[in-house]
Ligand binder design. Sequence first.
Ligand code: 6PG
Length: 238
Amino acid sequence: MTRLTTCADPATVAERATMHVAAVIERARAERGVAHVGLSGGTSPGLTYELMSRNPEHLTATELWFADERCVEPDDQESNYRLARDTGLAGGAIADGMVHRMRGELGPGPGAEDYASLLSERLGGSGPPVLDIVILGIGPDGHVASLFPGSPSLQAGEDSICLGIEDSPKPPPQRITLSLAVLRAARSCLLLATGAGKADAVDAMLGDPSPHVPASLLRRERLTVIVDDAAAPGPPAR
Ligand code: 6PG
């Protein structure tokens, strides 16, 4: 069952999210000695990264991964790695050696292959690489990471790890993304949504699974959703 928490405003969403991530990291560290955390881009997750980075003591033995990246240089304004850096997480609260950057500058295909090898090498086993938590935003169209509605990327097989995207409807068009299989293999996903513009997408995410709403394809029983009042789903249909 998906856990849904509604908060008054984006700042409270970020506070609740930071506490949730800290608890997941603590449990992963206790059970396996290390925590593997995947980050998305966007303004919603960015607020949480800023708060996370203010408590480095909650981030020991934590390795940072990325759910997606734009095919730009790492210091480009559009880079999700740069977002993690500018919010104090990558290279600040978490040392560079524990940060696994998606090399967007390689381009979609080679970049996806490169990251799939890195994930397999570090986290591979018999099945897909398993992250402890993937922090996701959601687009107004219900996309997560760089998995967009109706995209062939959603049909990638269970053995897919990373995919190159050439035609993202959200600029920039060229991206690298974790596959749906890897998002579904994660021990948990945390999805953050704020603002009235996301309410319909959150509603659709909680509805019937559909390739037209990629967020609806996440593993419901491993999904925690934290929204503000403006993005909260409507009342259940009577
Ligand atoms: C990206 C993100 C993307 C983002 C959502 C929400 O690289 O664009 O990974 O999935 O999280 O589009 O973004 P906002 O919070 O800015 O609306």
